[in-house]
Write a protein that binds this ligand. Structure first.
Ligand code: F6R
Length: 569
């Protein structure tokens, strides 16, 4: 179960069937902590369900942890997503005498299913009736006392794994990769009934479906930390090689993307968090290279921009997981209006891929650390390779070795970044400045530092500082200035702004290929062709966020309150 923790890790629980009875253990904390206290792994039985939670409805308590059982303790359920009409359903079930123990939306599922199972001869019909009552985005697994499992998928992932030792259901192949060789990715509106005789898959109307298992890709094997203390550091280091693979299996799709973008009157780009920051880099590059602008829209804000789309527009959706609810919803809006959907995504079996007219895979391998690191640099490379289709002189594909070497040089210098991080470890605020194409990296750097170190960090366009944020600067402040010499006027404007900061007593950390006396600390960047600076200048921030997290006693792989894949709105 530890393998699924990256999706949520505030509490954990397991239920198994033993002697036709459901036994249940759950508690607050990570799998290892709860296991130590409650010996989760001692539960007996051949059939069981487990869950690691990222709280949405109801605070982090062991009562609210999954699995949840129905009032008669005949059915236990683990659930991913949200049941939007849970309050109405609770009201109806309470009238029938059901007493709820938790504050979660999940608890309505076992109770609803139980009420229909009591009326229906067939489990299939009870599930059909249950899903007809549920509104929201969910996948869940229900475990019945007769050792039957029911897995239901609607807008949240659910995968069946088939291996020599048995069947497995999980939101992610990571949950069972070691034990299976074949998989079936269920589609929205499908459910599976699984017992000792095998499995049957149905649609939500109850029609039997014939889905053929596919071989599980071997790339899912051996996702381990190896010699590293944390996945985050492993994944930061992997970037020297992962960027060389970005999009390699999708050469035809680059041409498709270019064709669709050329023929679209208006082009938008969307994503959340780090993936949105990649889209912002696109905003700076598109007008120059493609000759038309591209409008970045944060996925969570898309609802306000629905009217922008029509059948002559295109939306590029960027997502590591391909399952972020905000991204999927924004794609659904645009698709409904007839826009073409082009996605840049790491998980090529994801819901986003299914919704796309064409997609390009990051090929950067599994990213387990909750903070996006290698997926961001791969997203940037793909963006650049799309632009290369419009301007072959960018020569991106043939210069990736140089980018990889530059990243390796920065990684070799990590002792310096560790030392700077040790100096910064007790600060409360950090300002990161970048101009032009470096501004999105300032935002991305601030996001990394916030989520891993819990220090308040803000990415500010350098020229905007004097329009307000300068009021926050005093002798205790540290400011990081991203300032390569890629554009001489931008570089010198930044140095002037640095003087304004310096004269207020703040300390300046320069990230640049050239030192300057104004910097109190200098993080050197290797010299590289100018379009590649945004990629390489990302690395010092990833390292700094990692080291600050360690220095402040945090777990960089599992930052508080976050989850790798945010499947709720
Ligand atoms: C930041 C981070 C998040 C994700 C965001 C989108 O390090 O990991 O901000 O970037 O939740 O996730 P995806 O790309 O999976 O849609």
């Amino acid at each position: 179960m530890g393998k699924m923790e990256y999706r949520g890790y505030d509490s954990v629980g397991i239920a198994t069937i033993n002697d036709q009875k459901i036994t249940l253990k759950k508690g607050i904390g990570k799998v290892s902590v709860v296991n130590k206290k409650l010996s989760l792994d001692n539960l007996k039985g051949d059939v069981g369900i487990g869950h690691t939670r990222w709280a949405t409805h109801g605070s982090v308590t062991s009562v609210n942890a999954h699995p949840h059982v129905c009032a008669q303790s005949e059915i236990a359920v683990v659930h991913n997503g949200i049941i939007e009409n849970h309050l109405d359903l609770k009201k109806q079930l309470k009238l029938k005498g059901v007493i709820f123990k938790s504050d979660t939306d999940t608890e309505v599922i076992p109770n609803l299913l139980s009420s229909f199972i009591n009326q229906e001869a067939e489990i299939k019909s009870a599930v059909v009736k249950t899903v007809s009552k549920l509104i929201g985005q969910y996948s869940f697994i229900a475990m019945l006392r007769n050792e039957t499992l029911v897995g239901v998928k609607d807008h949240e992932p659910l995968i069946l794994g088939i291996g020599p030792t048995g069947y497995f259901l999980s939101s992610d192949v990571l949950g069972f990769a070691k034990h299976v060789d074949k998989v079936i990715y269920l589609d929205d509106g499908q459910f599976i009934v699984l017992n000792h005789n095998g499995y049957k898959i149905y649609d939500f109307q109850g029609n039997l479906l014939n889905l053929t298992p596919t071989k599980l890709s071997r790339k899912f094997e051996n996702i381990e930390k190896g010699d590293y203390d944390h996945f985050t550091m492993k994944e930061i280091q992997e970037q020297t090689s992962s960027i060389l693979e970005s999009g390699n299996e999708f050469l035809d799709e680059f041409a498709t993307f270019a064709e669709i973008l050329k023929n679209s009157n208006r082009v938008y780009i969307t994503g959340s968090g780090t993936s949105y920051n990649c889209g912002l880099v696109g905003k700076y590059l598109f007008p120059k290279v493609v000759g038309k602008s591209i409008e970045p829209i944060m996925s969570s804000e898309m609802k306000s921009f629905e009217d922008c789309f029509d059948d002559k527009s295109a939306l590029i959706a960027i997502s590591q997981s391909g399952e972020s609810a905000d991204v999927l919803n924004s794609v659904a809006f645009a698709k409904e209006k007839g826009a073409k959907i082009l996605s840049i995504v790491n998980t090529t079996t994801s819901s986003l891929v299914k919704m796309s007219d064409s997609f390009i895979g990051l090929n950067c391998g599994y990213e387990v650390g909750v903070a996006a690191t290698k997926s961001f640099t791969s997203q940037l490379i793909i963006l650049y390779r799309i632009l290369e289709k419009f301007d072959p002189t960018l020569n991106v594909s043939h210069r990736l070795d140089l980018v990889s070497e530059a990243i390796a040089k920065i990684l070799d210098n990590k002792k310096l970044i560790l030392e700077i991080s040790q100096k910064l470890k007790n600060i409360e605020n950090l300002y990161i400045l970048g101009r032009g194409i470096h501004y999105p990296i300032a935002k991305e750097g601030a996001l990394k530092i916030k989520e891993l170190s819990y220090i308040h960090a803000e990415g500010v366009p350098t020229g905007e500082l004097k329009h307000g944020p300068l009021a926050l600067i005093d002798e205790s402040t540290y400011v990081i200035l991203i300032n390569p010499t890629d554009d001489s006027s931008t570089h010198s404007d930044n140095i002037s702004n640095a003087s304004e900061i310096k004269s207020r007593g703040a300390k300046i950390i320069g990230i640049s290929n050239e030192n300057n006396p104004i910097y109190d600390y200098w993080i050197p960047l290797p010299n590289i062709s100018k379009i590649f600076y945004p990629i390489i200048e990302t690395i010092p921030f990833q390292l700094m966020a990692y080291y600050l997290s360690i220095e402040r006693g945090n777990d960089p792989d599992y930052p508080r309150n976050l989850a790798k894949c945010v499947t709720v709105k």
